[in-house]
Ligand binder design. Sequence first.
Ligand SMILES: [Zn+2]
Length: 680
Amino acid sequence: MNPLLDFTGLPRFDRIAAEHVAPAIDTLLAQARTSVRAVDDDTRPATWETVVAPTETAFDHLDRAWSAVKHLNAVVNTPAIRDAYNAALPRVTAFYTDIAQDPRWYARFRALRDGTGYDALDAAQRKVVDNALRDFRLGGAELSDADKAKFKAVQEELATLSARFDDHVLDSENAWAHWVSNETDLAGVPADVVKAARLAAEAEGRAGWKLTLRYPCYMPVMQYADNRELRALLHRASATLASDLGASPDWDNTPVIARILKLRLEEARLLGYANFAELSLVPKMAQTPAEVLAFIRDLARRARPFAERDYQELVAFARDELGIAEPAAWDLPYAAEKLKARRFAFSEQEVKQYFPEDRVLAGLFHVVEAIYGVRVTPGSAAVWHPTVRFFRLHDADGTLVGEFYLDLYAREGKQSGAWMDDAINRRYAHDRLQHPVAFLTCNFSSPLEGRPAYFTHREVETLFHEFGHGLHQLLTRIDVAGVSGLQGVEWDAVELPSQFMENYCWEWDVVSHMTAHADTGAALPRELFDRMLAARNFGSGMAMVRQLEFALFDMLVHSEYVPDGQSRYASPQAVLDEVRREVAVVPKPPYDRFMHAFGHVFAGGYAAGYYSYKWAEVLSADAFGLFGERGILSPEIGARFRDEVLARGGSRPALESFVAFRGRPPQIAALLRHNGMVAS
Ligand SMILES: [Zn+2]
C-alpha cells in the first residue's frame, strides 16, 4: 500500500519515500479528473450534492497528499525528494489549469448559482460557489476558443519567465565571491561570521576568507565591518545582481521584466481589465488600484517626517562620531548599529540568554489558553525528523480542535525562513468531522551539547507570528474545505492573525513569564525589557518608507506603466526613479538596480500585492488595540476575536469579520502608533 494514499489519519511520515510520489499523485489526479467528469455528465438538477459534493473527497485527498510532498520537499530536501517533486509539479499544475477552463464543469456551477438550490445553501457553501465562479472567469473559462489558447500560452510563458527571473538572481548570487587575505580587513565583523567565511574558503581548499552575498554573510558585514571599502564593494555587488550592470549579460533580468509586464497586461486585457493591478485586486480586500495608491501615499506622507528625522540623526552621528563626512548607502546599516548600541546599551546576544525554548513555548501556549480557552498538550505522531514536536489543541470541554507539528531548528536540506502550511483542512464529510492540522516551520538555532535552544527576541516574535497563522488554520469552525481555515481568505488580510500575535512579545505580563537566564535562571530584568521597548521603533520611519517605496513601485508599474512607450514612464526603471523621488529619504547610488532582484513581485505571488504587508498591519494593530483597552489577556475579547475573525475562515469578506469584531471599520491611527509615529 502506498503510504501517500493512506487517508485514515495523519500523514505517514514514517513510511513516505520518494518512489511513492509519482504513483500516488497520478492515482489522485486520475481520481480527481474522474470526479469532475462525473459532475460534467450528471443530468440531474444542479445542487450542492450533484455539483460540489461529488468532487470534494477526491480534491481533499489530492490536497493532503500534495501538501505532504511539498512539505517534505521544503524541510527534508534530498535529491530523490526534489526530483520526485519537480517531476510531479507540472502534472499537478496542468490539472488545475485544465479544470479551470472546463466548459461543462463551469456550466454546472453556473446552473447551481442560478437555480433554486443556491438559496438552500448556507453562507459558507454560497461563498464556495461564488469563489469557484470567480476563479473560472479568472482562469479563462469565458473566453473564445482562440483567446483560451492565447490565455494558456500567456500563462505558460509567465510561469517560465518567473522561474527564469529567480534562476538569474540565484545564479548571479552564487557566482559572486570576495576573497579576503588579510584578517584585519574584517575588523568589526562578529567572530562567528568570520569563522564561517574562513570555513567557506577552507572548503574550497583556499587560504583566507570567502565572503558572499547570502544574508548571513552580507548583512553582518554591512552592519559591522569597519572597512568602508569592503562595505561599498558588497553593496554594489548586491545592488546590481541580475542587472545590466551585473556580472554577466546572461543573467540580466531587464528583458525578463519587460516581457513579464507585457504578458501580464495582455492577460488582464484578455479578461477585460484595463491593467494587471485591476485583475490582481479582484480576489483581494482592496477594491481598486486608486484605493491602494491612496493608502500607500497617505502612509508615506505621514511616515516621511519620521523617516527624515531618522536619516538626519544617522547622518549627524556618522559625521560626528564615526568621522564619515558624507555617509553613503553602504554606511547607513553600519552607522545604525553603532547608534543603536550607544543609545540603548544592550545587544541581541545579551537578550537571547533569557529565552530558552521550553519557557517560550509555555509562555506562548499560556497566551492562547488564556484568551481562547483552549488547552495545548503534547502528542505523538510520525514525523520527518527526530527533532520535530507534535501537539494537540482541545477546547475547554475536552473536544479535539486540531493538531500541529512544530519544526523549529535550521538544518541542512531545509528551506530558510519561517512559515505555516496546512497539512489537513477542516471539513465535514461522510458524517464525520475532519479536524484541521498545521505545519509550523522555523529556522532557529538548535540545542547545543545538552543545553536547550535559546531564541533571540526576534525569533520569539517569529514563533508567535507563525503560531498566529496556525491558529487561523486550527480555530476555524467552518465545515466546508474551500473556505475553512485560511482557504479563500483575501491575500491582503492573511497577515492579520499572525501580526496580531507578535504584539504579545512586547507585553511585560507575557514576556516576564517566559524567561530564565541560561546561567543564573533569573527572569528578564524589567529594566532590560524597558530598554528593548525603547529600541523597538528605532529607525522605524526609514523602514516604513522603504516598504512603501517597494509597494508604490509595484502598484504603479502594474497600473500606470504601459510597455511600448504609451505611458508617461519610459521604462520600469523610470517608474522606480520617480517613486524614489516621491517617497524615499535615502539617496540611492545611480547603479542601484533593486528591481532586478525583486522576486516577490516578478517571481512570487506579490505582483500588485506588495502593499498587503502594510494593509494587514492596519488590521492587526487596530485589532490588538481593543485588547489594549480591555485587557491583553481578556477571555471575553479573545472569544470575540475567535468567533468573528479566526473561526470564520474565508466564509465571508475579511472586512465584515473585522467590523464584527471591532464594531467599526479599521483605522490607520493604530498602525501609526504601532510604529511609534505619533507627534509628541
Ligand atoms: Zn506571515
